[in-house]
Design a protein around this ligand. Structure first.
Ligand code: MN
Length: 232
């Protein structure tokens, strides 16, 4: 069966530095509360036993340099800068060592968040989809192959809004590390090439508005940029 009622969406691809071809994205998983200082600023305690997750749709993805019209349904759009990693091999019920081997590339990403809707969802014990999974909410810088990045450790992660530093931490501040996250998540999904995981944001999240220019970085990786424009 190759005929469709209407044209399916074209595949979603991420740029990989040094590669002519795009990395095709299948799924996007995001870790919550993975930096103690960010959990504290949100009034939460951290779970050191296991990470927890939410997901974003492929329609949320935009490349670095995009202009994002201020999204509908919120009056408190927040920035979250995060380390993203992309898998390059199948992973199911994997060990930490197997998980570490399966990481294909790293990149800087923004997990844009409708914070007011997230707060309402928490209050009402409802899912986070409206607050986390919307068009333009997953912004990706070009990825760097893992062998060119080396070990995840003391690298700085930061985010500036209009040139003013808002978020800054070290990747080693993450409660659950890359191998631990991938191994844990592989206990629930048949992970594999195309699966991208955002590893949570450090403290300093805050609101952005029309005209703001966001730039997020991690030592050794290409920065991610986003400009907020007028609502549609
Ligand atoms: Mn996040």
């Amino acid at each position: 069966m190759t005929d469709f009622l209407f044209p399916p969406e074209p595949p979603t691809g991420l740029v990989v530095q040094g590669e002519a071809q795009l990395y095709p994205v299948r799924r996007i998983f995001c870790v919550g509360r993975n930096y103690a200082a960010h959990a504290a600023e949100m009034g939460n305690t951290v779970d050191r036993e296991a990470p927890f997750y939410f997901t974003k749709s492929l329609s949320a993805v935009v490349p670095s340099g995009a202009e994002l019209p201020y999204p509908p349904g919120t009056q408190d759009l927040h920035h979250e800068v995060e380390l993203a990693f992309a898998l390059g091999a199948p992973l199911f019920r994997a060990s930490r060592a197997e998980a570490a081997e399966a990481v294909y590339a790293y990149g800087v990403a923004l997990d844009m968040t409708r914070r007011d809707l997230q707060a309402q969802a928490k209050d009402k014990r409802r899912p986070w989809d409206l607050s986390k999974d919307f068009e333009g909410s997953a912004v990706f810088a070009p990825m760097l192959p893992a062998e060119n990045f080396g070990e995840v450790g003391p690298q700085k992660i930061w985010l500036d809004v209009n040139g003013v530093r808002r978020q800054e931490a070290a990747l080693s501040d993450m409660i659950h590390d890359v191998a631990g996250i991938a191994a844990h998540l592989s206990g629930y999904y048949h992970l594999g090439p195309g699966d991208v995981i955002l590893t949570g944001t450090p403290a300093g999240v805050g609101a952005v508005g029309q005209g703001d220019r966001l730039e997020g970085g991690i030592d050794g990786l290409e920065p991610v940029r986003l400009t907020i424009t007028a609502p549609e």
